[in-house]
Design a protein around this ligand. Structure first.
Ligand code: FAD
Length: 494
């Protein structure tokens, strides 16, 4: 056995999804080389939402060596193939943002160009018919396919996921301390955080601190005042009510996002229950009206509904001095595309890649902040798109968001697509071309043109190409089991 002393004391403040994802990943990766402590307060609790995820979480679990069926049993998870958006383009319309690719791209032009061209030639099949994940989702089907042909994520019970990760982290050497952080002590000489003071005169020293205290941002904001950039002029929703309810029907392999006249509602199907909630702008809808709407639209509630207040925006510096803010303490883009757990995952893996070797380097912090900011800005643009590009004008809320100025980066994407049908993924952006195309067309942006290469195909070639893609999808989906039956079998419940 090595008698090497731990090189660093890392203290994580907060034990929500962010805290335990960070703890389990550091403990598993760095093992005994760091002295890792997590402080959390049962009395304060966690935010209690965060159940819809996106595909990279599959990889995060793999990195931690988590067996998928065990994880799904422990968190009551189901599979997710995308999001069904109801009433977003206009009341009564639906479209699907799937995790899959549509049709067949040519290196010079995405499939949408060929589809737009075919439509002009009289082809009537919707764009949605050309995506395997989308067709499977709408038929309530799922299975793992060879060569990972089915791109998926999970719906999880966030509290159970936290508990599961806690077990892993503790088994890998993370110490958990129960207690309320009453004060953050700064080093008089350099302004870094020196220690956390807990109720009952306990003091926890560290070299590096991770702020996972949620919207409170107890360390990054309360102690270090790293500043916050408010994005509520682009993301006006500021309130939510969440509830858990009995299932109505079978759990489907997709999240539902149903727009209403001042925001939207979510439905997230887990194995044992439905997660549901309403998101709204308090300036346009009263809390009581939001509550009534939510409760009228869900099955029998299993818990008392609870309110959450939030503000869209980002911490100016997510890594500042010897503190890194991960999770809600680092910034928040409303949950429409279920991206916060992903931002946590990115921050966790990024932090481990930039793990200080004894001494915190300003350069590491700068790199972390630049990369993290780019991620959250790109996600912000994608979410704002759902509000800006809409035909809805039926309420003050929709008139406001349809008319609001948007970030230049988003305006460029929208106009380029509208004029040419083109969209490009930049700098490893989370949402690739396929996501942008589905949402831009789903929200009602009609490209005025397409790539000229699409004209090169003869009518019979277009027909054959499109028919082959549809036939392949139909044949594959016909072999898939029902999603709920597959989950039961996969998790060993049958
Ligand atoms: P929290 O869960 O708030 O955890 C904070 C921790 O800090 C707790 O353990 C708490 O006890 C501790 N703490 C705080 N103060 C102290 C103190 N003084 N002393 C000791 N401990 C303290 N994300 C998704 O990816 N998908 C979704 O579908 C999704 N839906 C959402 C819906 C809504 C309405 C909202 C608001 C958010 C949603 N999110 C979603 C985001 C999701 O909730 C967060 O990503 C996730 O739960 C992480 O939260 P956290 O760990 O940062 O904070």
């Amino acid at each position: 056995m090595s008698d090497k002393k731990p090189v660093q004391r890392i203290v994580i403040a907060g034990g929500g999804t962010a805290g335990w994802m960070m703890a389990s990943a550091i403990a598993r990766t760095m093992g005994q080389t760091v002295d890792l402590t997590l402080v959390e307060s049962e009395q304060i609790g966690t935010i209690g939402v965060g159940e819809s995820t996106i595909p990279p979480l599959v990889n995060f679990n793999r990195i931690l060596g988590i067996p998928e069926p065990e994880f799904m049993r422990a968190t009551q998870a189901t599979f997710k193939l995308g999001i069904l958006f109801d009433n977003w383009k206009h009341d009564g319309d639906s479209y699907f943002h799937s995790f899959g690719l549509s049709g067949k791209d040519h290196w010079s032009a995405g499939f949408q160009h060929f589809w737009l061209n075919a439509r002009e030639r009289g082809h009537e099949q919707p764009y949605a018919d050309y995506c395997l994940e989308l067709v499977a989702a709408m038929q309530g089907k799922f299975a793992h396919l060879p060569e990972e042909r089915m791109n998926y994520a999970y719906h999880v019970d966030a509290t159970l996921y936290g508990r599961y990760l806690r077990k892993l982290a503790e088994a890998d050497g993370c110490k958990r301390v129960e207690g309320k952080i009453a004060r953050v002590e700064l080093n008089d000489e350099n302004g870094d955080i020196a220690a956390l003071h807990l109720d009952g005169d306990r003091r926890i020293e560290g070299d590096m601190f991770v702020d996972c205290t949620g919207f409170r941002g107890l360390l990054i904001d309360g102690a270090l005042h790293a500043g916050f950039e408010d994005w509520s002029h682009w993301l006006p929703n500021d309130s939510a009510i969440a509830v858990q309810a009995k299932h109505v029907g079978l759990p489907q392999p997709y999240t539902q996002a149903i727009a209403h006249d001042a925001g939207w509602q979510w439905r997230i199907p887990l194995q044992h229950r439905m997660g549901a909630g309403i998101v709204y702008t308090s300036g346009y809808l009263s809390r009581d009206e939001a509550y009534d709407r939510l409760m009228r639209s869900v099955g029998e509630p299993l818990i008392e509904p609870f309110d959450i207040k939030f503000k869209g925006g980002v911490r100016r510096r997510q890594w500042y001095r010897n503190c890194v803010a991960v999770g809600l303490s680092g910034g928040f883009v409303e949950p429409l595309e279920a991206t916060t757990v992903h931002l946590i995952q990115r921050a966790v893996l990024r932090f481990i890649r930039l793990m200080p070797n004894g001494r915190v380097s300003e350069r590491d912090a700068q790199e972390f902040n630049d990369q993290q900011r780019l991620d959250i800005e790109q996600i912000r643009d994608f979410v704002v798109l759902h509000y800006k590009a809409t035909n809805r004008r039926d309420s003050p809320f929709w008139r406001h968001v349809a008319n609001m100025p948007v970030p230049d980066s988003l305006q460029q994407k929208i106009e380029l697509f509208r004029e040419t049908g083109r969209v490009f993924r930049k700098y490893e952006e989370l949402f690739a071309e396929n996501s942008w195309v589905q949402v831009m067309m789903g929200q009602g942006i009609e490209p005025q043109s397409y790539h000229p290469i699409a004209d090169k195909l003869r009518d019979d070639e277009v027909e054959r190409l499109f028919q082959t893609i549809r036939d392949n999808i139909a044949q594959t989906v016909a072999t898939l089991p029902e999603h709920h039956a597959y989950v039961a079998r996969y998790c060993g419940a049958e």
